[in-house]
Ligand binder design. Structure first.
Ligand code: GMT
Length: 376
């Protein structure tokens, strides 16, 4: 098939998933056209069957705000017509689904079918913002197909918004060849020592509660020699640094910044912390689990669909910093338990969330949406 994909190309779970999906579809013989404002960051320099179309927003003295939605829509129309797209698959509803539905309307009957994948904050945060509510609802209801990355998100969408249509649940996936336990030796040398390594990867937004990572780590570091590895950047990073200093653990925290390839680092870790207050899926947790690193997270959103107790990690009640610290210490000081949880997590990732299992679900869905299914 000829498939257009639009996503946020910068760091973030929805962009990662969209890029990996595009690469997998291309590997399976489809032609994939990325329509984004930058080349997706995980896209290699050249990938057969993949074309990147950059969206440029024209500047004009009258524009106080760059009209990205219009520029994106225009580019979608151009690419869809010229490359005869059959499917336009957009990741993250705002503004991508709106642009895609408008583009389809501009082209008319010969336009591609629009598939929108909801990723989480597009519904949970933007869905409660009156500034987006009407257009978000319209864009979801007028897409030809809608998927959500977890059952929890599909349900939440119907609770928050007047959406009556079917939402297909297609979980996120990982490339289990890449996300396998292969520690990055140069990273281990840089960190040095034999301490337990605890890690966290995120965009350091408040929803990820990265300060709780520091609190939990400070508790663990009292009980055993441990170091913390933080990967990623975002608005909470300054507060995280301050808290590490206040709690006297700053010299045990390694700030790795934004990293494109995290599998080698995840494989060095003994434990992954994900104390988010909301997580529609938790792709970073799945990546850690596939690398054999047990995950401790709160029981929120779609996380219970990803991590089962003892299979890849444990889930605790939201906000239970004390419980998280205790569980952390128990896992790290019980090698037999650690190994069982790690092994079961790798098996779970391969059985339920591998590219081989999930990508065909998208292919089947595209076929269903384009074959005769009514437009909406
Ligand atoms: O919160 C993030 O990390 C970014 C955000 C995104 O859209 O890039 O992540 C959301 O989509 C990911 C991919 O489907 C999910 O794994 C994350 O759980 C989800 N984030 C939230 O729900 C907070």
């Amino acid at each position: 098939m000829r498939i257009g994909i639009t996503c946020y190309p910068s760091f973030g779970g929805s962009g990662v998933l969209a890029t990996e999906l595009g690469r997998e579809l291309a590997r399976r013989g489809h032609t994939v056209h990325f329509i984004t404002y930058d080349a997706p960051f995980r896209l290699a320099a050249y990938t057969p069957n993949v074309v990147f179309h950059q969206v440029d927003v024209p500047s004009y003295p009258l524009f106080r705000y760059p009209p990205y939605l219009l520029a994106l829509t225009n580019k979608m129309v151009e690419v869809a017509r010229f490359c005869r797209l059959e499917i336009l698959h957009v990741h993250y509803a705002i503004p991508h689904a709106t642009s895609a539905v408008l583009a389809r309307q501009v082209i008319g009957d010969k336009g591609p079918r629009v598939v929108t994948t909801l990723h989480g904050t597009d519904v949970s945060l933007l869905g409660s913002d009156p500034g987006f509510y009407e257009l978000l609802t319209w864009s979801i209801n007028t897409s030809d197909g809608v998927t959500a990355v977890s059952g929890a998100l599909a349900e939440e969408t119907k609770i928050r918004l007047p959406v009556r249509r079917d939402i297909e649940v297609i979980h996120n996936f990982v490339d289990c060849q890449v996300y396998a336990r292969r520690p990055c030796e140069s990273f281990l040398q840089q960190i040095g020592g034999d301490d337990m390594l605890i890690g966290h990867v995120s965009n350091f937004r408040p929803v990820k509660r990265p300060r709780e990572v520091i609190r939990i780590f400070a508790g663990v570091a009292k009980a055993m020699p441990a170091r913390l590895v933080l990967v990623g950047e975002g608005p909470e990073l300054g507060g995280v640094r301050d808290l590490a200093r206040q709690l006297g653990v700053a010299d045990r925290v390694h700030f790795a910044g934004s990293q494109e390839q995290v599998a080698g680092i995840l494989s060095c870790l003994d434990l992954f912390l994900l104390p988010s207050e909301q997580e529609s899926f938790g792709l970073a947790g799945l990546e850690a689990m596939a690398c054999g690193t047990p995950v401790l997270a709160y029981r929120v959103g779609g996380l219970p669909e990803v991590i089962a107790d003892g299979e890849g990690g444990f889930l605790l009640p939201a906000g239970d910093v004390g419980g998280m610290t205790e569980k952390d210490i128990e896992l790290l000081s019980t090698p037999r338990l650690w190994q069982a949880v790690s092994d079961a997590g790798v098996s779970r990732a391969r059985a339920l969330f591998s590219a081989e299992r999930i990508v065909p679900r998208y292919e089947e869905y595209y076929a269903r949406v384009s074959e005769g299914a009514p437009r909406r």
